[in-house]
Write a protein that binds this ligand. Structure first.
Ligand code: ADP
Ligand code: MG
Length: 581
């Protein structure tokens, strides 16, 4: 074939593929247009999972009658005039492509009225062909109707996802925008059923209910930080609330829903060592950053962005979330009914110089007496830092598995294995930062890597070296272990290396930065004292003391609790010393 310029119609249908890949992408563009028009409410109606009908109505500024045909012309926009303005873009749209693309692959109509005109105007398009503009009564605002999407592009029609998948995607999209714009009232009717309905009253907490069920929403921790022109707010889950995948993590940046690895990694890192492997937090976080530090023009559907200072963004997210966790997190607490999140009691230890074994604490009530009800978590802010433990007095060991200790606020049962894992983990991690100490084996040990694992193992050698393992290839699939990190010197060398090639649990694809800690956690698990081992009194004392010295003594590196706390209050109640209120 000879080279020829495509007709306008063909070109726009091809271009449409980039912007409107499927019904949900049409809805996204229309919602963005309504938001750009400064609306206070958006009503969405969907039939046949968007393929039959998508209708989006708003009460925004509207389009003047004379400009209606331009709205569906390609590269026609009211939002910017020249490319320089892109670096300061404040609107969600800027390419002037969406309506043109949508109109070229559907039966399309645009009804709009500006506040200063007495009547509305209706523009109808039939796959690129403008059918005409007529006056018609309508309230101020804009309604876009998209019918029979992809009727003239059979190839695209064939590739549409199953109705159920598409409905799910639509709902996911709408609830996210509803949560990100609490000032706008969102209503969505899916097959005539009201599926999403927000108040538009501006409070973020109540819109979280569209993203998470009530039970979940109640447990979320708020995040709110502002520094150097950057702002992050929203909600994140406490360590007790997790999912097996990253699907319930949502980020908006400057009003755009984005899927971004920097942001995801920063969030997951904030939970480091608090979550079990393969578990992920839930979060909805909304960032505002100076527009000139964000490139929004990198993706056809504007779903990705590029940060000018990714490190700054990373650190902001990680620190803010971590701070929320530290200040608001909870510890398992036995309430007599079920396991409930527990906030440590409002006591403060004044005199920590006293001999720990003599157990005389000066306790100071810092807040009004907590009104703890049986079975209900006590919402008092922790006077101890999240990690810090009160000084504990060892009582003894039970079942060759648990330590029993007493603190100013009751009884503690400590899982010796989990506690030792935590101690080793922090020691390993800290030593690792100021130079690892390695112990050379008297006799090198040969280690066979199973055939299926060779690549994975080879990929981790460098990380292992960092951690104090000296391992070298020794012919096909064999390796020679020359030294081990001092901390695992008591462990069988083959055993210590074997943990490295265990399968990571499903959905646990450690990011490069996480890999090291994951490996450390695994190694510590092997090295830690097992349940079933009787400890001497000095060993018990030592473990308790080491645990008290930890930064995060209340969870093992995999996120499981190291201890259970039975408060004085609970004990008194259980023994009937205090009437139940
Ligand atoms: P963009 O949003 O990139 O400018 P679109 O094709 O989505 O491009 O829209 C073209 C133009 O139509 C917009 O610039 C805007 O002026 C106008 N427009 C589209 N939707 C609306 C709406 N809901 N309310 C007011 N104006 C709208
Ligand atoms: Mg647009």
């Amino acid at each position: 074939m000879e080279i020829a310029i495509l007709s306008e119609k063909t070109a726009s249908q091809i271009a449409a593929g980039e912007v409107v890949e499927r019904p949900v992408s049409v809805i996204k563009e229309l919602i963005e247009n309504s938001l750009d028009a400064g609306c206070t409410q958006i009503t969405i109606r969907i039939l046949g999972s968007g393929q039959r009908l998508i209708e989006v109505s708003d009460d925004g500024e509207g389009i003047p009658k004379g400009e209606l045909p331009l709205a569906v012309a390609r590269h026609a926009t009211s939002k910017l005039r020249d490319a320089d303005e892109l670096s300061w873009i404040q609107t969600l749209g800027f390419r002037g492509e969406a309506l043109a693309s949508i109109a070229s692959v559907s039966h399309f109509s645009l009804l709009s009225r500006t506040s200063d005109s007495i009547t509305g105007s209706l523009l109808e398009v039939d796959g690129s062909q403008i059918l005409g503009v007529k006056s018609i009564a309508s309230p101020p605002g804009t309604t876009v109707r998209v019918e029979d999407l992809f009727f003239n592009t059979p190839a695209r029609l064939k590739f549409l996802k199953q109705e159920r998948t598409e409905k799910q995607a639509i709902e996911n999209l709408v609830i996210r925008y509803a949560a990100a714009y609490p000032n706008v009232k969102f209503q969505m009717y899916l097959d005539e059923k009201l599926q999403v309905n927000t108040e538009g009253r501006g409070d973020r907490e109540s819109v979280m209910r569209v993203l998470f069920d009530l039970q979940t929403a109640r447990q979320l921790l708020s995040v709110n930080t502002e520094e150097e022109g950057y702002r992050i707010e929203g909600y994140t889950s406490p360590i007790s609330l997790t999912r097996s995948n990253r699907k319930e993590i949502t980020f908006f940046v400057n009003g755009r829903w984005v899927v971004d690895t920097t942001l995801n990694t920063a969030l997951v890192q904030a939970y480091h060592t608090y979550l079990m492997v393969g578990r992920y937090p839930l979060a909805a976080l909304f960032l505002e950053i100076p527009p000139d530090e964000l490139d929004v023009n990198v993706h056809p559907a504007k779903a990705e962005v590029r940060f000018r200072f990714p490190d700054k963004v990373f650190s902001l997210v990680q620190r803010s979330v971590r701070r929320s966790l530290l200040s608001q997190s909870t510890v398992p607490h036995f309430t007599g009914k079920s396991w409930q999140p527990f906030m440590p009691s409002p006591y403060e230890i004044k005199n920590v110089d006293s001999q720990r074994n003599e157990h005389h604490f000066e306790i100071n009530e810092t807040q009004t007496s907590p009104s703890v009800q049986p079975g209900i978590a006590n919402p008092v802010q922790s006077p101890f830092s999240f990690g810090g433990l009160p000084l504990l007095r060892l009582v003894g060991q039970i079942g060759a598995a648990y330590l029993v200790a007493e603190g100013p606020d009751g009884l503690y049962l400590i899982d010796q294995h989990a506690a030792h894992e935590r101690v080793l983990f922090e020691r390993f991690r800290d030593r690792h930062h100021d130079g690892i100490s390695s112990q050379v084996l008297l006799e090198p040990v040969i280690f066979e890597v199973p055939p299926g694992k060779i690549d994975q193992f080879a990929g981790q050698l460098e990380t292992l070296q960092h951690l104090g393992f000296e391992i070298e290839p020794f012919g096909s699939g064999s390796y020679r272990i020359r030294s081990l990190p001092a901390i695992v010197s008591g462990v069988d060398p083959q055993e210590a290396v074997r943990v490295v090639i265990e399968d990571f649990e499903e959905d646990e694809t450690p990011l490069q930065g996480e890999l090291e800690s994951k490996l450390i956690a695994r190694i510590c698990k092997r090295a830690a004292v097992k349940a079933g081992k009787t400890l001497s009194r000095p060993e018990q004392e030592k473990l308790l003391q080491d645990l008290e010295g930890c930064e995060s003594p209340r969870t093992c590196p995999h996120g499981r609790p190291t201890m259970i706390h039975l408060s004085v209050d609970l004990l008194e109640r259980q023994f009937g010393r205090r009437g139940s209120r």
